[in-house]
Write a protein that binds this ligand. Structure first.
Ligand code: GTR
Length: 349
């Protein structure tokens, strides 16, 4: 079953276009007229209602968008529309690194982020990015819902971001314009990575030339030959149509880095305990929805790209790949705290 608005999620309440940052006197007047009209219609719109702006890199029908829409709907319902959130899907508010900065400044109020773009800002996020650390999805979920999540939430709070729940992002694999079966095939190939030192070192350790680029530039960079490949999970490979320009997908499954649903500390500080509980509960419930939707979408995306003629290169023996990762562990899990966390994750049943 797909979780989408047409099957169970009613439309959210109308959301005024302006925010305190964009409002002009004329638009302010229009807003006042609209608010008065709502009042006349008897809808509950208390004067102190807050309007929050949310960032999502993916399209609305991607599992993360479905999770975020569930989150905002639950919060609106449970606060009687006092906290009204609008998610700007498809990176309308900018690319990931800018969005992180905006969230720290409080001009974006909530967002779903992959944890890799935090690698250089929040040290413990490096641990869950580490290659070949998790045995499977259940192992990753146990770590992020447990000890890894606790430390990452603390580190993120230190940079002004409050983690509420963790979303799935599956396993990331390589996709390229030429077949890649063994690490030696990557020699001389320019592979896009997220903006993170760990990712640069990881790709270098595999023998490729790492090229950090925003997600939104990958398609044209593949098309124009600026890069020879990238790496991501099935749903991102499919939804971005990268599969049309990089026709080989090698199932390296080298990283299972999860994602966070988070709120700006600037907003969080001004919430009371009851509101915080509402947000935390809604976020956790949205994560359950996102994870179910994720599992379904992985299968669907794989089917779609296979039907479109992509060559899937099954990597059954990952030892030659993981054997090259020692320098990455030596550099990014060297610190005592992070090394202890890696050991704790490895020891998990
Ligand atoms: C996706 C992830 C995005 C973004 C993207 C990327 O899997 O959901 O948030 O991090 O990968 O590679 O930039």
């Amino acid at each position: 079953m797909q979780f989408n608005k047409s099957e169970g999620w009613p439309d959210p309440p109308p959301f005024p276009e302006e925010t305190s940052m964009t409002r002009t006197p004329r638009r302010g007047l229009l807003a006042a007229v609209a608010a008065a009209a709502i009042g006349v219609m008897g809808a509950v719109a208390p004067a102190a209602a807050q309007e929050w702006r949310g960032w999502n890199i993916h399209a609305a029908d991607y599992p993360n968008g479905i999770g975020m829409d569930a989150f905002t709907r639950l919060v609106a319902e449970r606060t009687n529309n006092r906290i009204r959130m609008r998610t700007f899907h498809s990176a309308q508010l900018g690319q990931q690194d800018e969005a992180i900065q905006q969230m720290r400044l409080g001009t974006i109020d909530f967002a779903n982020f992959n944890l890799s773009p935090f690698n250089n800002l929040a040290p413990s996020t490096n641990v869950v990015t580490l290659p070949f650390l998790f045995r499977n999805v259940a192992h990753m979920q146990a770590a992020i819902d447990g000890p890894a999540g606790e430390q990452i939430a603390r580190d993120l709070e230190g940079i002004g971001i409050i983690a509420l729940a963790w979303y799935d992002a599956g396993a990331r694999s390589l996709y390229t314009t030429r077949p890649v079966r063994v690490p030696a095939d990557l020699r001389g190939m320019k592979i896009r990575v997220q903006t993170s030192d760990l990712w640069i070192d990881l790709m270098r350790a595999l023998g490729a030339n790492p090229t950090p680029l925003p997600f939104g530039e990958v398609f044209t960079s593949l098309q124009s030959g600026v890069i020879d490949g990238a790496e991501n999970n099935w749903p991102s490979y499919e939804s971005t149509r990268h599969f049309e320009v990089a026709r080989f997908y090698s199932t390296t499954e080298h990283s299972n880095v999860p994602e966070v649903l988070a709120v700006s500390a600037q907003r969080w500080r001004r919430l009371n305990e009851q509101e915080r509980t509402i947000l935390r509960d809604a976020a956790r419930e949205s994560a359950a929805i996102q994870r179910r939707s994720w599992a379904e979408r992985e299968t669907v995306s794989r089917q779609r790209v296979t039907a479109a003629g992509v060559t899937v290169i099954e990597i059954t023996d990952r030892t030659p790949w993981s054997a090259l990762m020692e320098p990455v562990y030596a550099k990014y899990a060297a610190d005592a705290r992070l090394a202890a966390l890696v050991a704790q994750i490895r020891a998990m049943p």
